[in-house]
Write a protein that binds this ligand. Sequence first.
Ligand code: GDP
Length: 417
Amino acid sequence: MEIVILAVVIAVVVLGAISGLVVSGRKKKQLPPSPPAAPVTPSAPVTPSVTAPPAEPQVGEEAEAPSDESRRTIEDTPLPVAEAPEAEAPVAEPAAPPAPEIEVPEPTAGRLVRLRARLSRSQNSLGKGLLTLLSREHLDEDTWEEIEETLLTADVGVAPTQELVERLRERVKVLGTRTPADLRTLLREELLALIGTDTDRSVHTANGVGNGGDEIPGVVMVVGVNGTGKTTTTGKLARVLVADGKSVVLGAADTFRAAAADQLQTWGERVGARTVRGPEGGDPASIAFDAVKEGIAESADVVLIDTAGRLHTKTGLMDELGKVKRVVEKHGPLGEVLLVLDATTGQNGLVQARVFAEVVDITGVVLTKLDGTAKGGIIVAVQRELGVPVKLVGLGEGADDLAPFEPEAFVDALIGD
Ligand code: GDP
């Protein structure tokens, strides 16, 4: 009985507790509502008096004196001593949209002379080495062999080396006494004769006559194995032309190398030249065609077309470059086909030159990276190999390190003044 009474008591207590909880929970839910929020009207106009900054004083209008409150705030704020303006701070101009900065490239005249130090540094062993050997008291067979070796090491090539040694032997014999000045003059003359001084080394960028009879821009196609500095050279050449006052359109037809078009466009933007480009892996010929079309539309002076130089198979290369050339010639004649060769690759470069010459008619050579090799003799060898002149030389990675090739300045850098 007692147990039954105890159970009833516990049940009553538990029931009481549960009902209390429920009541308190309901109470929480029945909290008095907060005052109604202002209706949100997104389209309602923002009240100018609240959000707009104070209007600027107009001319002839007295500027409103700052309130005591704001004056106190400003005066109480300690100024950083170093930055305290001495005079009244100028009113900031409204920020202009950032215009792409167009560079003014260095003038091309005399660039090789400016870059001579680099040439003489890299070609020291050729020019100075020859002079030292020729100045020996006894010009015996060993010395002549050393002279020959020096020329071969500098990549002058076998036949030109033999010719030069022959000429030097003859002239030294005739000379009798050999003063350093005599030897210098003699060597200078013979090296210049080997390189050639009466060749036209200008890059042909003059306007042509289009197939429709209208004037069209000069078109230059830049070819060469990837890695030789082809795209860099195209960009530098654009600068050379801009420096000479010409307007340029670039055609990014090297669609094989992913970054080539971006690289070229960056070069172009620096001098304000537009770049025509297509999708990665797209058809190089159609880009080349569009680039010339753009050049005609813009009445540009020159269109430079960068191409891909995959030496996977000669047929592949021939197909690609041949097509680019044919398609460009639908507009009109090509002014120039420049072959870019890396001077540091020596004999390998000559092999490349031979292959390209079979595929397209090369009209000029650009020898890059001449700053990083003592093998300047490649100039002689490649001209002999192709029968076309070296027109430009690359002497560094700087934007204006491409120079028109001037034989006199080159030889003077080799043997010193
Ligand atoms: P591409 O694949 O033939 O188009 O080669 P790039 O134009 O990309 O050049 C390959 C590398 O050669 C880059 O790092 C260039 O900066 C560098 N280069 C190009 N010309 C010269 C030059 O005359 N001297 C030196 N030192 N580097 C060069």
